[in-house]
Design a protein around this ligand. Structure first.
Ligand code: NAD
Length: 375
């Protein structure tokens, strides 16, 4: 069985789906790995390192797309890539199945078996395949560095001969995987950190990282299946708004990470709140690509409004490609090893990992939510 690692062609996508160390492990287990020339270049993994790990380098991407049994990737393939895939081959990648269900349709038409890394179940059993978490961790860390670089102040308290510097105040909205990593990073840089989330269960985790949890009694259930957040009612939104407004006003840095699966990101920071912040303050909106948590955010832009810098970075994990790729490669290779039995792909649709993640097979879209998103 030939597994192909292709080079990402989307502008700004610097990650790669397998790194040489992972390739070496897969080769040891008897898998044949083909690597497109330059596939790891943007994340600083050389062709030579892949070759030394036991991969076969292939210069013609067309050969990889047309002849491989399994293709592994980071981002959504382009139409002309999909069109080269052969019937019965397999693709494993982030495929944005709910945001771009038409891609699933094209893959089904091509009779490709497609696994979408966004749909790995968030269970302990699937933890080492959980690419949403690994990449969210990278984004949370980097968001704090982006904020610190844009802030005209120190993060830590400093006692110097030139006087005492007060620590910066950082407010983090959404304490999921990205938010918790942002809290940990801002704390390591010495800031005073507060965080808010509509899921009360995260209070303990926030506090264990040395931050203060901002509590709001929402008077309703906020947790959906799988531990994800639900969209909250208008009344609950109003309750949160007053508390958020007060914390935002006090903060030097606001980092927003709030998401509700399958929905546009909740609007949490209004323009009036931005206006209330001190000039020089910084907002980094990690939900920029999903519509933004801040009314001022524009995806891919840094905007200065009322003296506040509002940053809406896109594809943040790709800005730290070496470690983001290392972690993603671990997720991909664990899934591959899980699926391959005696040198062949074995698809047991009774298994929740396979059932959840496999969105197309034998010419059909398998996932009801993806079908619904198409209609
Ligand atoms: P996410 O990216 O979907 O959302 C980020 C955070 O935004 C969440 O914590 C959510 O509660 C919060 N949020 C949503 N609406 C909000 C609002 N109006 N105001 C404030 N905050 C709001 O979340 P995620 O990081 O992908 O994590 C989702 C869930 O999955 C969590 O319960 C997490 O613990 C769980 N999880 C489990 C595992 C595992 O068991 N292996 C792994 C990863 C995540």
């Amino acid at each position: 069985m030939k597994i192909a690692l292709v080079k990402e062609i989307e502008v700004g996508e610097n990650r790669v789906a397998l790194i040489p160390d992972t390739v070496a492990r897969l080769v040891k287990q008897g898998l044949e790995i083909w690597v497109e020339n330059g596939a790891g270049e943007a994340s600083f993994f050389s062709d030579r390192a892949y070759e030394e790990a036991g991969a076969t380098l292939v210069s013609d991407p067309g050969k990889l797309w047309a002849e491989a049994d399994v293709l592994v990737k980071v981002g959504i393939p382009k139409d002309d890539e999909i069109n080269q895939m052969r019937e019965g081959s397999t693709l494993i990648s982030f495929l944005s199945p709910l945001g771009k269900p038409e891609v699933a349709q094209k893959l089904a038409n091509r009779k490709v078996t497609a696994f979408s890394m966004e749909l790995i179940p968030r269970t302990s059993r699937a933890q080492s395949m959980d690419a949403l978490s690994s990449q969210a961790g990278v984004a949370g860390y980097k968001a704090v560095l982006i904020a610190a670089a844009a802030l005209p102040k120190f993060f830590p308290m400093l006692t110097t001969a030139a006087g005492t510097i007060k620590p910066s105040k950082v407010f983090i909205l959404g304490a999921g995987v990205a938010g918790l990593q942002a809290i940990a990073t801002a704390r390591r840089l010495g800031a005073m950190v507060e965080a808010f989330d509509i899921r009360p269960a995260v209070k303990e985790e926030v506090e264990s990282l040395g931050a203060k949890f901002v509590e709001v009694d929402l008077q309703e259930d906020t947790v959906a299946e799988g531990g994800y957040a639900k969209e909250i009612s208008e009344a609950a939104k109003q309750r949160t708004q007053e508390v958020i407004a007060e914390r935002v006003k006090q903060a030097d840095v606001v980092i927003t990470t709030a998401q509700v699966p399958g929905k546009t990101a909740p609007l949490l920071v209004t323009e009036e709140m931005v206006e209330q912040m001190s000039p020089g303050s910084v907002i980094v909106d990690l939900a920029a690509e999903q519509g933004g948590n801040c009314a001022v955010t524009e995806a891919g832009k840094d905007i200065v409004r009322h003296g506040v810098t509002v940053i809406g970075p896109i594809n943040v994990p790709a800005s730290m490609p070496t470690h983001a790729s290392q972690m993603y490669a671990k997720n991909i290779s664990t899934l591959l090893q899980y699926l391959v039995k005696e040198g062949q792909l074995h698809l047991d649709f009774e298994d929740d990992i396979v059932d959840n993640t496999c969105i197309t097979h034998a010419g059909e879209i398998r996932n009801q939510r993806v079908k619904d998103a198409l209609s």
